[in-house]
Design a protein around this ligand. Structure first.
Ligand code: FAD
Length: 314
């Protein structure tokens, strides 16, 4: 096992808006950050979408991958060092944090910023990924505006699905909630709101069996009855999948305090975790907002928390 010579002031794990913003701020604070941005998913969640219309500063919108390239270039301009590789194991418990990359090299640092994000749960159907940003979405706040006067399908039966469905009625002509069971998991209040909405109808005991595509865009779905197995076509040009998220925290289990759903607990409003010198930012912490701008903002907070922690050590 190789070990790098120097001890870094800060290593950042994750190349989404939180990680890149933390890199920008720590680089401008002369901390010479090293960022690990994944071997296969550089740039994070926004690289899987097309147009982003709600990131301030881009009045005509910007493609997700371009926005992430810009963030990276801005951090690199101030000296942030990027390695497109995964951190595969960590020991964050000591004063000097140890992070091992996929080649087995151990990197040492006084502080670590965790910005590994969270993954939207998927249906696991063919065309689902291919049509992301082309009719298939995981985020009503992000994409609802693109679906004005459309017939939309929302998959899921929990609070998030009800929230997404209710929010989407601002834009949609109709919203059909597809749920595998005959009753919803959502809280009574959320259910009542959805039931009372004229635009929302429900397909209970149903699942999506197929996603249909035409000319590179979503062109409908096939529903399967989970009891009888019968299938039927449902016309839609918008499919919102709201079946949950998985924070990327496997690496940290047993070292960092996580909440019941596996998100990193921080000492809010700071980004401090239970381990001194370890900070966390972005969707790996955030149950609620999950936006590029909120992730970037907490990346900035993590950088400032890191800077102050290092100043106190000096
Ligand atoms: P992420 O962007 O998820 O980045 C985390 C990165 O860390 C990933 O690249 C991951 O591979 C990497 N990583 C994880 N583990 C390791 C490891 N061990 N080693 C190295 N790297 C690791 N938000 C908006 O504001 N507007 C939108 O229009 C919008 N559209 C969206 C469209 C889609 C399809 C999706 C999926 C999300 C969208 N979002 C949008 C939400 C937004 O993308 C997220 O809120 C934001 O990207 C979260 O940033 P993050 O930095 O916390 O994590």
């Amino acid at each position: 096992m190789d070990q790098t010579d120097g001890i870094r002031d800060v290593v950042i794990i994750g190349s989404g808006p939180a990680g890149y913003t933390a890199a920008l701020y720590t680089a401008r604070a002369q901390l010479k950050p090293l960022l690990f941005g994944s071997s296969i998913f550089v740039g994070g969640s926004l690289t899987t979408t097309t147009e982003v219309e709600n990131f301030p500063g881009f009045p005509t919108g910007i493609d997700g991958p371009d926005l992430m390239d810009n963030m990276r270039a801005q951090a690199e301009k101030f000296g942030a060092e990027m390695i497109d590789d995964d951190i595969v194991s960590v020991d964050l418990t000591g004063d000097i944090k140890l992070l091992t990359d996929s080649a087995g090299t151990v990197h040492r640092a006084k502080t670590v910023i965790i910005a590994t994000g969270s993954g939207y749960r998927k249906l696991g159907l063919p065309k689902e990924d291919e049509l992301s940003g082309r009719g298939v979405s995981w985020c009503a706040t992000c994409d609802g505006f693109f679906f004005r006067d459309r017939d939309i399908v929302v998959v899921g039966g929990g609070d998030t699905a009800m929230e997404e469905a209710t929010f989407l009625t601002r834009f949609a002509r109709s919203v059909t909630v597809v749920h595998r069971r005959s009753t919803l998991r959502a809280s009574k209040a959320m259910q009542n709101r959805a039931f009372a909405d004229d635009k929302i109808s429900f397909a209970f005991d149903s699942e999506i069996a197929e996603i249909k595509e035409e000319n590179g865009m979503l062109a409908g779905v096939v529903l399967r009855d989970t009891i009888t197995g019968e299938t039927r076509d449902l016309d839609t040009t918008g499919l919102f999948i709201a079946i949950g998220h998985d924070p990327r925290t496997e690496l940290f289990t047993g070292q960092i305090d996580l909440d019941d759903e596996g998100y990193i607990k921080v000492d809010a409003p700071s980004t401090r975790t239970n381990l001194p010198g370890v900070f966390a930012a972005g969707d790996v912490v955030d149950h609620t907002y999950r936006q590029a701008i909120t992730a970037a903002a907490s990346g900035c907070q993590a950088a400032i928390d890191t800077e102050r922690h290092l100043a106190a050590l000096a």
